[in-house]
Design a binder for this molecule. Structure first.
Ligand SMILES: Nc1ncnc2c1ncn2[C@@H]1O[C@H](COP(=O)(O)OP(=O)(O)OP(=O)(O)O)[C@@H](O)[C@H]1O
Length: 241
C-alpha cells in the first residue's frame, strides 16, 4: 500500500530513531511546521512512526507566524487530514528582523528568534521534545558552511537537550535526502506554503547547497559518507591543541 520510496524513507527515520533514541514512549513532540516540504514530510512520517511502531507518543504541529502574511491554508488542510490540530503562534519576528534591526544577514537572527518562540510554545503546550525538519542535505551544507566561512567543524546534532528550557530538540530526518522528500511530496500531492520572506532563497546557504549537490553528482553517496564521517570521528587523529 505504501510505495517503495515511502518505505525506504520510513526505514531511514527508524534507523535515526534507534541510533539516537529520538522519540521515546510517553513523549509529547511539538513539530516545528514552516509549511515547507521538509516539515510537512516530517509530520507525515511521525504519524506513520506512531501508527506502525509500538512507540506511544503525542504529536503537536506548531507554526510560528513570522508576520510575512503567508497563506497557510495548505498547512492547515494537511494537519486536518492527519487529524492533528495545528497550533498557530503569531509573532512580530519578521518586523524585528527586517524593519527594526535592518539586519544585513537576517537569516541567523530570524532562526534564533524563531527557535526561541517554538521552544517556548512547545513548553506551554506541555511538550518535552521539539522536532525539526533538518535533513541530510541540510546537515552537510551546514558543515561545509562552518568550514568555509567559520574555519571550524560545526554541526547541529540529531538530538540536543536544552537545559535552560528543559526541552530536547530532535531531527528525525537526519538520514533522509532532500531529493526523496521532494519526490514523496510529489507522490502524495503535498502542497507547501509559499514563503513570502524577502530573504527566501537568496542566501549564502543556497550557494553552498549547490556546491554540495555538485559533489554528490560527481561522487554518488558523498553526502551520506560525509555525515557518516562525522559520526565516526577518530578522536586520536584530530588536531586538538
Ligand atoms: N515558522 C516556523 N514555525 C515552526 N517551525 C519552523 C518554522 N520555520 C522553520 N521551522 C522549523 O525549522 C526547520 C528548519 O527551518 P528552515 O527554515 O531551515 O526550513 P527548511 O529547510 O526550508 O524546511 P521546510 O521545508 O520545513 O521549510 C523546519 O524544517 C521546521 O521544522
Amino acid at each position: 500500500m505504501y510505495s517503495r520510496r515511502i518505505k525506504y524513507v520510513f526505514k531511514k527515520i527508524r534507523d535515526a530513531n534507534l541510533k539516537y533514541h529520538l522519540i521515546a514512549n510517553g513523549d509529547t513532540v511539538a513539530v516545528g511546521m514552516s509549511g515547507g516540504k521538509d516539515s510537512l514530510t516530517l509530520l507525515y512520517f511521525l504519524t506513520l512512526l506512531k501508527k506502525y511502531t509500538p512507540l506511544n507518543f503525542a504529536i503537536k504541529p506548531v507554526y510560528i507566524d513570522l508576520g510575512f502574511g503567508n497563506d497557510i491554508s495548505p498547512l492547515e488542510k494537511f494537519c486536518q487530514e492527519l487529524k492533528l490540530p495545528l497550533c498557530v503562534e503569531p509573532t512580530n519576528i519578521g518586523k524585528i528582523v527586517f524593519e527594526m534591526r535592518k539586519e544585513k544577514n537576517p537569516c541567523s537572527l530570524c532562526a534564533n528568534l524563531r527557535r526561541g518562540a517554538l521552544n517556548r510554545v512547545a513548553k506551554i503546550h506541555g511538550c518535552n521534545k521539539v522536532a525539526l525538519g533538518h535533513h541530510l542535505d541540510d546537515a552537510v551544507t551546514t558543515l561545509f558552511m562552518s568550514m568555509l566561512y567559520e574555519r571550524r567543524y560545526h554541526l547541529f546534532k540529531p538530538k540536543t537537550y536544552l537545559d535552560r528550557m528543559d526541552i530536547t530538540v530532535i531531527r528525525p530526518l537526519i538520514y533522509v535526502e532532500e531529493k526523496d522528500i521532494k519526490l514523496i511530496c510529489e507522490q502524495l500531492g503535498i502542497m507547501p506554503v509559499q514563503n513570502l520572506c524577502p530573504a527566501s532563497g537568496q542566501t549564502k546557504r543556497q550557494e553552498i547547497k549547490e556546491l554540495v549537490e555538485m559533489i554528490e553528482q560527481n561522487f554518488p553517496g558523498a553526502k551520506a559518507n560525509i555525515l557518516a564521517s562525522i559520526e565516526n570521528v577518530d578522536q586520536d587523529s584530530f588536531w586538538f591543541a
